[in-house]
Design a binder for this molecule. Structure first.
Ligand code: SF4
Length: 338
């Protein structure tokens, strides 16, 4: 028997499901293409729906199915991903597409366990694809779900210690039938009603069941254990521009922004040494700051108009705004538009 809370959520979702390009409407009818579900879920990791929509449209137009993506040039995929961040996802996207073609004859496996074995697919993504694309009962837990569950159950244990309690509640609510609609219903509720600040409890389908609302603590949940401050790293970035050409290099395949086209930089550390790609009078153009998952980075921006003979990288004509965000920022610092 379905839990009352699951029922209430299902009725709400039937009327309020978000219309997203990778979705199909709620109900028993059409099922989404697993390729589109997978691609959207990978893009949505750490990234907002608004930021993902255009990328999703471009990817699915250029590479309409998993075989097309598997056959793509690495450089084309990395360039198409530029600006979306967390570039390991793009490298894993290609690896995953190629594994699906090589080992599964171009058909995504349907169980959570088999999906989990694919590159770049973690527990959340495996559960989401199994539930949404294949209607396999899987317990889908992401940040939105954590927020809704801690409020619904008034779970005051701080994260991450609260994860088992959250999962247990999410499991109790997950139905056997249409688990994909249920997963998307919780995600939508978290994104549109049970938002981090000022949850809209008055219009929430779960308001009569919500222990957090009744206790008056909903907005303060989920509680979080205090985080250690992120370390600071520094470095130098070199913008050599000659007419419309820039000196760029492909970053090493492993590590941050691996495989991406970028302006040359020094190492990033607490005490970096300058590492200019050629001798020139480099002009100081200020600093740019960027925050990665595990550290803050401040780069000193140095520019020159000299077309030197570099010890690494090559001269290329390109749109600097198409580079990863950090380097687009560095370009704007070096050459502010009038
Ligand atoms: Fe969230 Fe309020 Fe709904 Fe509880 S009643 S689930 S706190 S929006």
């Amino acid at each position: 028997m379905r839990d009352d809370r699951t029922e209430a959520l299902g009725r709400w979702y039937a009327r309020h499901a978000r219309d997203l390009p990778w979705r199909v409407p709620p109900g028993d009818g059409e099922r989404p293409d697993p390729y589109r579900t997978w691609l959207s879920e990978v893009m949505l990791q750490q990234t907002t729906v608004a930021a993902v929509k255009d990328y999703f449209a471009r990817f699915t137009t250029t590479w309409p199915d998993v075989r097309a993506l598997a056959a793509a040039d690495d450089a084309d995929v990395m360039a198409a991903w530029a600006g979306l961040g967390y570039y390991a996802r793009a490298r894993n996207l290609l690896k995953c597409a190629r594994t699906v073609v090589a080992d599964h004859d171009g058909v995504f496996p349907r169980t959570e366990a088999a999906l989990l074995a694919l590159p770049g697919i973690g527990p959340y993504t495996a559960a989401a694809i199994a539930a949404i694309a294949f209607q396999e009962r899987a317990v889908v837990v992401d940040g939105n779900v954590e927020r809704v569950m801690t409020r619904l159950g008034a779970i005051e244990t701080p994260l991450p210690a609260a994860k088992p309690e959250i999962r247990a509640l999410a499991d109790r609510l997950t139905p056997e039938d249409r688990p994909g609609d249920h997963a998307q219903a919780v995600m939508d509720l978290g994104a549109t009603v049970c938002t981090p600040k000022s949850p809209a409890c008055v219009i929430c389908p779960l308001r009569d069941h919500c222990a957090g609302r009744k206790a008056g603590i909903a907005e303060s949940l989920p509680r979080k254990a205090p985080k250690a401050p992120k370390p600071e790293r520094r470095g130098y970035v070199y913008l050599a521009r000659n007419g419309t050409d820039y000196l760029v290099e492909t970053r090493p395949p492993k590590g941050l922004l691996g495989g991406m086209l970028a302006f040359p930089t020094s190492e990033w550390s607490e005490t970096p040494l300058p590492a200019a790609p050629f001798d020139a009078r480099w002009r100081d153009a200020g600093e740019v700051r960027h925050t990665f998952t595990h550290f803050h980075l401040t780069l000193k921006v140095l520019t020159t108009a000299k077309r030197g003979n570099p010890d690494r990288g090559e001269w290329a004509r390109l749109d600097p705004e198409a580079l990863p965000t950090l380097f687009a920022k560095a370009h704007r610092a070096a050459f502010p538009s009038k």
